[in-house]
Design a protein around this ligand. Structure first.
Ligand code: DX5
Ligand code: ZN
Length: 217
């Protein structure tokens, strides 16, 4: 079953607790939490203290996406805050193998994310070590952007590599996913669909989730 991961970046932060409760009650699979530092991406969001309060009010797994420079410095903070899945960017890590091993040693699922201009082949020497790969289908930094069509080919290429090597690595797709393209994105080979603006911009999270389950069946 393809997993649905609403990105709280598009939630109403004034009512964040209620938003988390409502999305959780709708039956989503994980919360995607976007961490931005104003350096790696031209935007800033939240830090570990917000992740830890979200953790306190939900049992839904937390998928923390670090769009920050030098992520090694902050891994412990986000692990302590309650990340169940933790993603670093390929482009932000000098010693990616070490970073991935560290996350896994802490019993957290380790993800590596690729910007739209980074080819899938760059993962050749690390793919066996990661639990999941995040294909960015927009340039990271903002919610509500349009899905970059070439991302579909990247997902297909990655899916083939994973299959050929007999791995169980999951593919997560992040950016511009909505009910209209969810079927195509899943058919290309994704296992987890992040959905920010399309999810939290909808009026009724439960009926949207139900509709997505039907689309993705
Ligand atoms: C973009 C973030 C995404 C974003 C997705 O930099 O990594 O997770 O919240 O939002 P939508 O679904 O609106 O593109
Ligand atoms: Zn994200």
């Amino acid at each position: 079953m393809v997993k649905i991961a609403p990105s709280i970046l598009s939630a109403d932060f004034l009512r964040l607790g209620e938003e988390i409760k409502a999305a959780g009650a709708a039956g989503i699979d994980m919360f995607h939490i976007d961490i931005m530092d104003g350096h790696f991406v031209p935007n800033m969001t939240i830090g570990p203290s917000i992740v830890s309060v979200v953790k306190k009010i939900t049992d839904v797994p937390l998928d923390v996406h670090l769009m920050i420079e030098d992520p090694d410095k902050y891994l412990d903070d986000f692990i302590k805050a309650g990340a169940d899945y933790l993603t670093v960017h390929y482009e932000a890590c000098v010693h990616l193998h070490r970073t991935v091993q560290y996350i896994k040693e802490k019993k957290v699922k380790a993800g590596v994310s690729l910007n739209p201009s980074t080819p899938v082949r760059n993962l050749d020497s690390i793919i066996e070590d990661v639990d999941f790969v995040v294909i960015m289908s927009v340039n990271p930094g903002f919610g509500g952007q349009g899905f970059i069509p070439q991302s579909l080919d990247k997902i297909k290429t990655l899916k083939k590599i994973i299959g050929d090597r007999g791995l169980s690595t999951l593919i997560e797709v992040d950016g511009g996913v909505k009910p209209d393209n969810a079927k195509a994105v899943a058919a290309a080979g994704s296992d987890i669909l992040v959905m920010g603006s399309a999810f939290f911009g909808s009026k009724d999270y439960a009926s949207l989730t139900k509709r997505l389950r039907e689309i993705l069946r």
